[in-house]
Design a protein around this ligand. Structure first.
Ligand code: F6P
Length: 545
């Protein structure tokens, strides 16, 4: 048994769970009119309501004991102060310094990192303003109209999610496109309508040798040179974002046109760095800095607020409660906001790459469940797809709902319908509907049909948390994203895992390289298991050239 599951706090939680597992939230609400007041928190323009969770005062108290026992306070300080907490890769984890708008010194190996961060931010401002104003010209003297940002994982999902979420702030004269997949469909379809004269490529890759990104970048360069016919023109149309200047130069981009970031920024935490250049180009540098400001204020909240009032800590503890005690395997994130369409994809990488681990910091196999499966899509679309299972299926799926009180667009009737659904779903999930209540809505003949009655019962008691915010501004989005980052960090601390490496992505990459060589000719392959051999050989027969 691990020290976590035998710890005093864990044992107390297990005993408590055995007592309260069947408690009804419906009853808790009817007994306690102050439940919302007790179980909700406010931060700037954001309300976090966690009252529709299967918790009592005691649950929260015991969960707080657990984080205290895990020495969360000391671990938060270690992260913010640049300690090597990514021990397997021997790296500090300092994405919070990227958005340190207070500009207090942050030391890494005895050197303040803030001057470097501020220098790159200034370079991003100069560049993005020059492109957005039309001052930056392409090789034929025309203004840039399209940005193609090439990058995958953290170098793709974050900027794409933020640029889409903040599209109401975007420039109408500059369109930003994202390419990540090695499937040529992605690049070909993005490039099809574009003109090389007015297109600027951003190649974003921390290591600048990621297979998909480098292949896409090479094909983009070929597409560009086929049209521009002049290698000198690359300087006006290709910029790089990376920690590896040598790889950038080798690819053929002048390092003058490179925006750097640093080893201590994890890929999936990099949208706050120069990786956010496509965001700055889309919404302007002032708005990008407002995004940083929102995240910074959330960082200060995380660092300085007692755990019971600390939004990311409470989010993390609720996750632990369901993941480790109720044995819920997944967690759904459902923004009632079409522009947040990529949020669950982004959080999927952030959470699953961070906490999809099964050994502790000491290298021992865990004997408890770690990171959940993260998924979701915007409401109300999800209601007509997977909500059936959340309401009446056999799985417990805690959900996060979120909505803005004000839309950026002018159709109030739409917005009230949207918000009514955002409010109704958590209520329905919590209350459910009993057989007696079902019968009251049926004709006597229907009431006599037990199958019909049973099919219409909603058991209820399904947990959810809700974020209601004034408007989806850059600042609000920055805070929300930082809350999720810190939630994941806190859970990693409790599970005693390294949330900042991603060794699990390597094996498949290595095997793909071996197989790629075998695909270069039509020889029959027999070096793998019989399934892989058969599929490789069938592919060779099927392919047309
Ligand atoms: O393969 C996983 C990963 O390393 C992610 O962690 C990262 O976000 C992505 O690949 C892209 O990496 P890079 O920015 O170095 O191209």
């Amino acid at each position: 048994m691990s020290s976590l599951t035998t710890s005093k706090a864990w044992t107390a939680l297990q005993n408590h769970f055995n007592q309260v597992r069947d408690h009804s939230m419906r009853e808790a609400f009817s007994k306690d009119k102050d439940r919302y007041k007790k179980f909700s928190l406010k931060f700037n323009d954001i309300i976090f309501d966690f009252s529709k969770n299967r918790i009592t005062d005691e649950t929260l108290r015991l969960l707080i004991d657990l984080v205290n026992e895990c020495e969360l306070g000391a671990k938060i300080n270690a992260m913010f102060s640049g300690k090597i907490i990514n021990t397997t890769e021997h790296r500090a984890v300092l994405h919070t310094a990227l958005r340190n708008r207070s500009n207090y010194p942050v030391y890494f190996q005895g050197r303040d990192v803030m001057p470097d961060i501020n220098r790159v931010l200034a370079k991003m401002r100069t560049f993005s303003e020059s492109v957005r104003s039309g001052e930056w010209k392409g090789y034929s003297g025309k203004t840039i109209t399209d940005i193609v940002s090439i990058g995958i994982g953290g170098s793709g999902l974050g900027p794409k999610m933020v640029a889409t979420a903040l599209s109401p702030y975007s420039s109408s004269s500059l369109k930003v496109h994202f390419v990540s997949n090695i499937d040529q469909t992605n690049l070909v379809e993005v490039l099809q309508p574009l003109s090389a004269e007015t297109t600027l490529f951003i190649i974003a890759s921390k290591v600048f040798n990621t297979q998909e990104t480098m292949m896409n970048a090479k094909s983009a360069k070929n597409w560009f040179l086929d049209r521009a016919k002049d290698p000198q023109a690359i300087a006006k149309h290709f910029v790089a974002i990376s920690t590896h200047a040598d790889n950038v130069a080798e690819f053929g981009i002048d390092t003058e046109n490179m925006f750097e970031f640093w080893d201590w920024v994890g890929g999936r935490y990099s949208l706050w760095s120069a990786v956010g250049l496509s965001i700055a180009l889309s919404i302007g540098m002032d708005n990008f800095e407002a995004l940083l400001q929102g995240a910074h204020e959330a960082d200060l909240h995380f660092r300085n607020t007692p755990f019971e009032y600390n939004i990311p800590v409470v989010m993390a503890l609720l996750g632990i409660w369901y993941n480790n005690f109720f044995e819920a395997d997944s967690h759904a994130v459902i923004p009632y906001n079409q522009s947040m369409i990529h949020l669950s994809d982004y959080l999927q990488q952030l959470d699953m790459e961070s906490n999809g681990k099964s050994v502790t910091l000491k290298g021992e196999r865990v004997d408890y469940s770690t990171g959940p499966i993260i998924w979701g899509q915007p409401g109300t679309n999800g209601q007509h797809a997977f909500f059936q299972l959340i309401h009446q299926g056999t799985k417990l799926i805690p959900c996060d709902f979120m909505v803005a009180a004000n839309s950026h667009y002018p159709l109030p009737e739409h917005h009230d319908i949207l918000v009514s659904n955002f409010l109704a779903q958590p209520e329905a999930l919590m209350n459910g509907i009993t057989a007696d209540e079902v019968k009251m809505q049926l004709t006597p003949e229907q009431q006599a049909n037990p199958v019909l009655v049973a099919s219409k019962v909603f058991e209820g008691n399904k947990p959810s948390s809700s974020f209601l915010f004034k408007k989806l501004t850059p600042k609000t989005l920055g805070s929300l994203l930082a809350f999720y980052e810190h939630k994941i960090f806190v859970q990693g601390v409790i599970w005693d895992i390294n949330s900042f490496d991603q060794m699990g992505v390597e094996l498949g990459k290595v095997l793909a390289r071996v197989i790629l060589k075998e695909l270069k000719n039509n020889d029959e392959i027999s070096s793998h298991d019989c399934s892989t051999n058969a599929l490789i050989n069938a592919y060779k027969q099927f392919r047309e050239s």
